[in-house]
Design a protein around this ligand. Structure first.
Ligand code: 2AM
Length: 192
């Protein structure tokens, strides 16, 4: 079994800009910083579909199902232009960066991938489509003041572009020192 997901990459400059933001996040009040788990900047990505446990022999089938979607999909240039938190800025558990607008092309692509994966036995996302780049995971007991200020300060920062040239099927291996993401297939977008 492989733990898989489909994502867009971020160009190096965008990852570097988000990396600088994460350095600033670590410099928050120590009591808040201790309870934050920032994503390593090399691992930053935007997930379109989390597949979870995938039998090894299903990877080629999955790739074949994604290929025609990638070929006929073309995304407009998209930038990450703000940060926010799930479930809310007042109760931050996941800190994210997101394209504020337009989100429709990404939601539409995520929906198409979802529909193609359903017949292969991958469950639909129950929480709706909210395309985002996870920046940090935050423990519930974290003091909220410094974090809420941080979110407000950077709510409309421009971090740079998303890489809209290809869909990438990644394997995610969980390890105590953080997740290791390995690309299994890279499918050019808009190659039709
Ligand atoms: P997240 O960053 O918002 O948690 C690899 O784990 C990728 O798949 C992450 O980007 C993660 O999104 C996403 N993902 C979506 N649903 C998931 C789930 N139920 N469990 C783990 N990861 C999930």
């Amino acid at each position: 079994m492989k733990r898989c997901f489909v994502a867009l990459r971020l160009p190096e400059e965008t990852r570097a800009a988000l990396g600088r933001l994460l350095v600033e996040l670590r410099e928050l009040a120590p009591a808040a910083a201790r309870r934050l788990r920032p994503v390593r900047s090399t691992n930053l990505h935007l997930t379109l579909k989390f597949l979870g446990a995938t039998p090894d022999d299903q990877v080629p089938t999955l790739t074949a199902a994604l290929e025609p979607i990638a070929r006929r999909s073309r995304l407009p240039p998209l930038t990450l232009d703000g940060i926010g938190a799930f479930p809310s800025a007042d109760r931050p558990r996941i800190l994210f960066a997101a394209p504020l607008h337009p989100q429709e092309p990404l939601c539409h692509l995520a929906e198409e991938i979802e529909q193609a994966c359903l017949p292969l036995g991958f469950a639909a996302e129950k929480r709706g489509q909210h395309p985002h780049v996870t920046l940090a995971r935050i423990e519930a007991a974290t003091p909220r003041g410094p974090l809420s200020d941080f979110i407000a300060r950077h709510a409309h920062d421009a971090f740079g572009a998303l890489d809209v040239s290809a869909l990438v099927l990644f394997e995610s291996q969980l390890s105590p020192s953080g997740s290791i993401y390995t690309p299994l297939a890279t499918l050019a977008l808009g190659a039709a």
